[in-house]
Design a protein around this ligand. Sequence first.
Ligand code: FAD
Length: 504
Amino acid sequence: MTDATFDLVVVGSGAAGLSAALRAADLGARVGVLTAGPLLAGSSPRAQGGVAAAIGADDTPAIHAEDTLLVGAGLNDAGAVDVLTRDGTRSVRRLRAAGVPFADDLGLEAGHARRRILHAGGGATGQVLTTALLSRAQEHRCITLLDHSPVTALTLSDRRVLGVEVSSSNGLTPHVNARAVILATGGYAALWSRTTNAPETRGSGLALAYTAGATLADLEFVQFHPTALSLENAPALLLSEALRGEGARLIDDDGREVVNPLLPRDVLARSLYRELSQGRKVFLSLGHLDPDHVYAHFSALAAKVRDTAGLDLARDRLPVAPAAHYCMGGIRTDTWGRTDVPGLYAAGETACSGVQGANRLASNSLLECLVFGARTAEAALNDPPDAAAHWQTHALPTVQPGVAQPGGTRRVIEPSRLGTSLDRDVGVQRDGPHLERLAQALPAPEPTSRADLLVASLITRAAWLRRESRGAHFRTDYPLPDPAWRGRIHWRLGQAPVFEEVCA
Ligand SMILES: Cc1cc2nc3c(=O)[nH]c(=O)nc-3n(C[C@H](O)[C@H](O)[C@H](O)COP(=O)(O)OP(=O)(O)OC[C@H]3O[C@@H](n4cnc5c(N)ncnc54)[C@H](O)[C@@H]3O)c2cc1C
């Protein structure tokens, strides 16, 4: 690859990146999409359950917004939720009209007051959706797709982003220049060793943005999916929420139901964690349902369970345990994907517009990619060159000197032990002493640190600072929400963390 120039550079070819690229190209811009590995990678093709949208006769965007706010535990940006639920309905109708083969029936998932999950491909919604977006992008004459092109730095001039640097196999570092750059690099849940995510999602976009001076926020809010397959030497394959929506039970060794399978994700993950930490096993079981119904509804997932574990989805009991799954935190943006660095935008799971609050409502994330990917492209093309987002911030509710400040470390963790350390110390349940110990073992969050250690260091410090439990962040030493902590912790290079209040 050699140097190149586009109107817009999009980093990442998941649902957010492709939605952004397609919108920009439809507006006539020349778009370069750079992605680290193959074009179909990251979380988007892995999504199973579907896309939430208020399209049922008994549903409205307002009811969808109410459900989103309830699960988000007081930390959602209400304006962003309004955009998501209103534009979401239009957005999925457009996709259906463009030929994305969603099934006619709507699924039900935990936390949703109505059936509103559009699904496709027998539990392979992400694959079907991303393939459809990708083939439209491949046909578009204004889009250039560059795979195996990992972005290693943002190019800055006078604090404005002007393009990206790419690592190439011939040892050169080509520069790709553009009027604006959209980071759509996915989340950071693959930093944990027990994860449902693909290895690409280790927060590289967060490290790029932070190093360029952009603000990160809500990093402590990581959703642990309650029901990932738990077998020695097999990946933590996600057993979708939709299975529980269709009637799957969670049972113990004796076949007794141990917990209500339709509890919200965070509550269920903690219940299962407690069962497992007492040495008991928990199984997901569909054995009481008609196997033909199970195979018909979840054909792709049944094949994956068979290939990954040699088990029968409809007949076998599947051992489950929570696994890191989805990141509410990320690069702080407004509802148009603007960061606080001119020329730099973010969309999808890597962004933190506040739309998902402290806990994401199931199946709202693909919707976020579709809606905010497109909006971000519009802003990136139409904004004046110095446009940037701003937030009012003040001191943290509780000042804790020491670990929150950039500084030296007492002992440095081996990068190969990062995943298991996060599993142990920044998992489903956290407490002060474990968080503090890990924060001190991780390097100070500085641009010279490895990207994964830098991001892990910020996540751990954020989880340690937030002395309350809210949404997906649960502290055994502070088990209740505290109104003083209703807001986001902001992280900016070279500065102490500050606090942005979220209005009631
Ligand atoms: C197993 C699983 C099931 C899920 N099920 C659902 C579901 O049913 N419904 C739902 O709404 N959500 C679901 N989610 C969440 C949802 O899939 C993700 O939130 C969403 O797909 C994120 O899309 P994205 O475009 O932001 O990022 P991704 O799809 O993760 O794409 C990120 C892209 O960035 C690229 N990249 C990363 N770093 C760099 C770099 N430095 N340079 C260049 N490229 C880079 C990656 O290669 C990849 O192409 C699921 C997630 C998982 C893991």
